[in-house]
Design a protein around this ligand. Sequence first.
Ligand SMILES: [Zn+2]
Length: 416
Amino acid sequence: MIKSILNINAHAFAKIALGFGLVLLAVAAILLATSGGRRMVGITLAPSDVVVEVKSGDTLSTILIQHNLTGRDINEIDRELRKCDVRSLRAGSDQLVISRPDEETAPNSITLICGPWKRVEITRDDGGWSAHTIEVERDIRMVHRTGRIRDGDSFYNAARRAGMPSGIIIDVYDLLSFEIDFERDVRAGQEFSVLYEEHFADGVKAGNGAVVALSFDSLRGNVKMYRFRKNDGTFGYYDENGNGAVKALKRTPINNARVSSGFGNRRHPVLGFTRQHKGVDFRAAHGTPIPSAGAGRVVERKNAPNGYGLYIRIRHNNTFDTLYAHMSRFANGVNVGTNVKQGQIIGYVGSTGLSTGPHLHYEIIKNGVHVNPLTVKFPSIDNLDAKSKERFFPLRDNIDRAIETLRNHPDMFVQM
Ligand SMILES: [Zn+2]
């Protein structure tokens, strides 16, 4: 028989009330007493239980026939599973635990494990087979990791050294992409910290959740962000004043591209004389996709053989335009008048026009004047209104307090 769910002893926790439902727990106490018996998410196995990992090509009937169940059993089980919204088994993720009272008897209990958060228990009694779904409660813990950039370091290396999982690092990259250019703005000595969720099912870690808060010392000052549930139920990220972390434009449309020529006066590589360079050149391989830096409408899509080559200009709002030059080709369906989303591919890197090699020439035009894309300040596009701020500020303060505590106790976590 399948043993009941393993529960963690409540007395094992040291709880420190933090207010607003945040509770600090000593993580050392969570080391589970798993002595005796195999264990998987949510259940403890009896010695005679058989665990079947569903593989490609497996069906419920092929598996159950191998375990001495009849066609009639299988039909009944199938019907019961449908009531629990299970129509087929998922290869590579679902597992079946098949239990029997003793070696001689056919199975009388089957547990279908559909990932860490759901399982279906199917049991037989005198009335036949019946099934019910068990939703596993998500236990969300917030952990804090802090690090410092060393000489010659990338943010990724420093974050790994600080113990952050790569999925969380990628989320942090995305969140900071409006504020920080990770190729050029990262310096030794910069400090960062991230508060993020770890999800547990019945005391077993099932994965990482969202980034809850972060802080990064950028060249333009310390950047902070907090995750906040908006009035419409969706989540957004906001700085300490409640301004949206997502900005109207991205500083560098192509991730990880290197600047080959900056903004300002320079000797033109083709024309040979000195003139103002009105944009920034990003070196990138021929054919690299070029995403739009922000949402907007295409206002020019032209070929200028003696200058920009194939280029596109996008109007984002009354203040900002961006321009992308020397493309090898335009993306399909992107024409003058097309509305594009932030991140939508508009064309591909090339070397058309006056150009010495494949690169993206990128310009930002603010109120008709060219500005340096690497230093211009961008407006937020999703600031909190006054009513939302009334909820946001206490949450921010609580998160700050939790971080202060965790900073001194890195082996602890905060529970929501
Ligand atoms: Zn250029």
